[in-house]
Design a protein around this ligand. Sequence first.
Ligand code: C2E
Ligand code: MG
Ligand code: MG
Length: 692
Amino acid sequence: MSKKKDRRIKRLQRLPVWPAVVEMIITELVIFSLSLFICALSLFGILNTLILNIANECQTVVQAVEENWYKESREDLQKRLSSFEESYSDINKIYIDDSNNIKGLFPQLKDYYDSEAERLLESVGMVHFFDKEYNEENLNLFFSNGKIKLSVSDLESEDDEYNINSAEQDFSAILINPKNLAKSVNLKQVLRDREFLGWASLDSIGLHVISIYATKIPGVHLCFKNVYKLNAFQFNLFCTILVFFMLTIIASVIYEITKVVKLIHERVRLNKLVTTDTITGGYNKDYFLQKAKKEISRGHRNYAVVQLRLEKYRNFCMAYGVKQGENLLEELNANMVELLGKKEIVAHVEKSDFALLLSYQNEETLNIRIKNIMNILRERRGGQHLTFSAGVCPVMSKNCDVSLVLTCAGLAVPKTIKLQDEIVWFDDSMKEEQVWERRIEDDMEKALENHEFQVYLQPKYSTKGEKLSAAEALVRWTHPVLGFISPGKFIPIFERNGFILQLDDYMLESIAHLQAAWAEQGKELVPISVNVSRAHFAEDNLAEHICGIVDKYKVPHQYIELELTESAFFDDKTVLLTTVRKLKDFGFKVSMDDFGAGYSSLNSLKELPLDIIKLDAEFFRSVDDIERSNLIVGQTITLAKKLGMEIVAEGIETREQVDFLAKQDCDLIQGFYFSKPLPVAEFEEKAYPVVE
Ligand code: C2E
Ligand code: MG
Ligand code: MG
């Protein structure tokens, strides 16, 4: 897996909750700022109305005084002012300063009423002071540097100053007059209580201000002691807005948190889905690789990766149905989970293969353990005969590439179907094999296009008269770089990857072409056999397909023989039988190649209407007990003859073998004794010598 892809998959599997959290924080910040802004705006509006209202009241008083200054006596004027004081609740007291004695009237302003204040009064016509004395005589509450500092003038001890941490708004100063409050509750207690502000009586919150207004009357100022405080309506309105926005914030926080929780839940579910194998309900390969990597990297134990295969799974599915097959895999997975240790892992990786991460001490104990697992799996299925094979690859380092280790374990799984359990440990030659296979697969198509495959013909001689009477077509590959490659090194690979279908067609077509050319030259044709790989038997219309190729060259069918390898007889017998029958009906000869090399030769003889059997070369090679071997060969020939079949003996290298076979009534002999496989030109010279 490329690093990029690895990262992408990991990213998909991880829980990227942070975007949702960031989204939540941003949303909340927006809602909070909006709420704060609207609250501040409404507070500003309310305060503005309050200030304007007081300013209007003061202006009305100033106007009234200006209008009546010369008309009324000072006493009447004072009465008029008293009536204003009564009717305007925000104005506590009105003073007339007609002798420029503001500091005398308000000694608490002695430090503040300076030349700058005078200049302001002159130019703007009014100046306002915070009434420090009035506010301080009871309780002052300062906000400074983010801390609330309380000082209470009538508290006795030195302890009367409290520092309260506060992250609240940065008012420069708020003053509280707890006159009423102090009477009703224990002030000290209230001050210790952080909820003091909330509890402070409405009436007690107010800002005491001394306002000085210039008038049109020369040398006369009007001074007001005002208290800026919210009335009940304003306060309620403000509180309602505040509560509304608080609720909005709480609701949105709850909504956003629910969203994030839901997302986490969804992600966990998705992750589970991504790591679950849909057939067994257990873990899948991706999860195995991740989990195994984690476990191995801890480096606590010795681990080996095992690829355990249930053999003939396809066969099982054919017999019992795919559903039953999947149920079987599910059961095997569940059983293996039970049999594994805590830090060991099992996952279904492909078809009927499971990957296991097993801890182990040495090769022997691990083999016993795997065998045990196989036995238990089989026992738990009662009477059913299950066969397993396993490839084992030990983990060499804690930083290893687990997927490569698993691939190696997979490579070690025996390729041929076995009738008994088998365990194979990976070794480096398997890797070389794999590299070779890759190379062959990369080049095979180009090789077919470039005619790198050549037809060789190996003559078959009759025992009577020792005359060239037939031949077998054998492929040879001359690779431009690797040189000559023998069929044993590429045919099994082509059989696995299916390329053999194309190669066999190529060989058949070449032979048909050759036969047609020789026929046209008036030469007496001999039957030439071509090998037909078992892979062809997956096609229903194999006979028609072969017929089509041969007929293209109008070659009489009796001159083409088809050699089926014995391994083809393990596959679907009915398809094989129908194909053989059809081929015979079309007039082709059908032979069984390598007879005696497999398991069920005699059975095949019984079931298939074959024309020829080719005795495997091994009969003549293993010469431990010649007599025994000769007896078997002799009896097989007799049996085949009785069944009306022709006999060809392969791999014959000596005169003795030829004589023996001739005595046993064998029909044809193919082997180095008479000739090696020959290039077409050489074969032509041998088969059709030019008579001088
Ligand atoms: P086969 O069909 O049984 O072919 C006989 C093999 O035995 C040939 O090996 C041949 O060269 C070899 N042989 C013949 N006489 C003697 C002898 O006296 N002594 C010894 N030691 N060997 C002898 P080759 O050509 O290497 O082919 C091996 C196998 O490859 C063939 O076995 C056949 O199964 C497969 N094969 C070859 N060509 C093709 C083809 O075109 N298509 C398919 N499907 N398989 C092919
Ligand atoms: Mg053959
Ligand atoms: Mg053979």
